[in-house]
Ligand binder design. Structure first.
Ligand SMILES: Cc1ncc(COP(=O)(O)O)c(C=O)c1O
Length: 431
């Protein structure tokens, strides 16, 4: 087989133009809205009305839920959700190890114990069989993460949660506008949590939101961190606390919500563009055994994405390490990097191996973070064979949104070129 000379070896790069994403999160008209509020000297809305109420209504409509509560981060939304469903000392929450740490860390804040589960090798979302195996009488909740915008199989997970009488929380931080079997993510569980941070598909810079159909769960989230809304804002008047909250403040900044309103209005277009580009990438990589986009869950419609993740199989690329492959692909002009959730910290841990979840007595760090009693040590955290194999097997591309179609095709062809050259090198690295 003759293969084209790699750019890293002096050949012509396969991608003919520099990567430039023309999709913008912040538009001038969003900034004009902030200026209008600033000019009126309004910089906080404690009662959650005005743009905050408007955003919550629109987000509830997006997710087809009754109640939405905007917050200042996705982490705050997850903490509120765990608190609301009753996670506390002596309880466990099943959560994938393959996720951003903030899916799991707020469980500790509630005094609960994370029980880490494995993911489906094809979709990277929670493996329902493994979730069910890890349920004990102490399990209070299951948290499912729609990784990289790919919905987990929610019918099975909702069924498991119902049969075992445990709460179901969805971490939808990567998956704004995604759906499973035609039903939006965030509406399948008891509570759906979304980060609205940074480069998320709907973003306020720093913000988050939780959605639910249950007015009591809404009120519990309110009482945790929304001083200012307790008097008139409760969905069910569940609490009489003299209108004071429990010491946390999770209220969002109104300017962040003005930004989030802008991005929400453009979500459909963003998702249309990303779905199309993900499809092109998949079509161009068809049959390439070294590099494949992550499969979409059957009957699911991806949304949000955050990043385009591809799976790497060194067995079909001359045994090249992921890092060597990436170096060669970058020389071709592909904006590709190593995926970062499978290998975290200086030691390259998986999340469930990280000291916060294993050896560290977090309560000794100061304040109350639940601590960890010996009997609740994370003893069932072993046996995650799929997660174990992800390090060095996943690579990430930016979520191509407003880039020329030709650029996406060239990136895919460049990956194929590197894979072919690597396979032909038969164990040797780039020359
Ligand atoms: C899966 C997941 N969950 C939770 C979060 C936390 O969100 P935030 O950064 O808004 O607190 C993130 C943020 O990136 C995330 O990716």
């Amino acid at each position: 087989m003759t293969t084209a000379q790699l750019a890293i070896d002096g050949g012509t790069p396969a991608v003919s133009r520099r990567y430039r994403e023309r999709w913008r999160s912040v538009h001038l008209r969003d900034l004009a809205a902030i200026v209008r509020y600033g000019y009126r000297d309004v910089n906080t809305i404690a009662k959650g009305d005005g743009p905050i109420a408007e955003f919550e209504q629109k987000f509830a409509a997006l997710t087809r839920t009754r109640h939405a509560l905007a917050m200042n981060s996705g982490t705050a939304a997850l903490h509120s959700a765990y608190f609301a469903v009753g996670v506390k000392p002596g309880t466990e929450v099943i959560v994938p190890s393959y996720t951003f740490f903030a899916s799991a860390a707020p469980i500790l804040q509630c005094g609960g114990t994370p029980t880490f589960c494995d993911v489906d090798a094809r979709t990277l979302t929670a493996d329902p069989d493994d979730v069910e195996r890890r349920i004990t009488p102490r399990t209070r909740a299951i948290c499912v993460v729609h990784m990289w915008g790919n919905p987990a199989p929610m019918d099975r997970l909702a069924d498991i949660a119902r049969r075992h009488g445990v709460a179901l929380i969805e971490d939808c931080s990567h998956a704004h506008g995604a759906s499973y079997r035609g039903r939006p993510v965030g509406s399948w569980g008891d509570i759906g949590c979304f980060s609205l941070q940074g480069v998320k598909a709907v973003s306020g810079g720093e913000a988050g939101i939780a959605v639910t159909n249950d007015p009591l769960l809404f009120d519990r989230m309110l009482v945790l961190g929304h001083y200012g809304r307790l008097k008139h804002g409760q969905a069910k008047s569940s609490f009489a606390t003299d209108h004071i909250s429990l010491g946390l403040k999770y209220r969002p900044h109104v300017y962040a919500i003005l930004l989030a309103l802008g991005t929400l209005s453009r979500l459909d277009e963003l998702n249309r563009r990303r779905r199309r580009n993900y499809e092109i990438l998949g079509a161009e990589l068809a049959g390439c055994r070294a590099v494949q986009p992550i499969e979409t869950t059957p009957e699911a419609n991806r949304g949000g994405f955050l990043e385009f993740i591809v799976r790497y199989d060194p067995a079909h690329a001359g045994g090249w390490s992921c890092r060597t492959f990436i170096k060669a692909a970058r020389a071709e002009g592909v904006p590709i990097a190593e995926e970062r959730y499978a290998r975290i910290g200086d030691q390259g841990h998986m999340l469930h191996e990280s000291p916060v979840f294993t050896t560290l007595d977090v309560s000794a760090l100061g304040g109350y973070l639940g601590g960890r009693s010996a009997e609740l040590a994370p003893r069932r955290n072993g046996g995650l064979p799929v997660t174990q194999l992800l390090a060095g097997r996943l690579m990430t591309l930016p979520p191509f949104t407003r880039v020329p179609e030709r650029f996406v095709r060239e990136c895919a062809r460049a990956l194929r070129k590197v894979a072919d050259a690597a396979a032909a090198a038969g164990g040797r690295g780039p020359t």
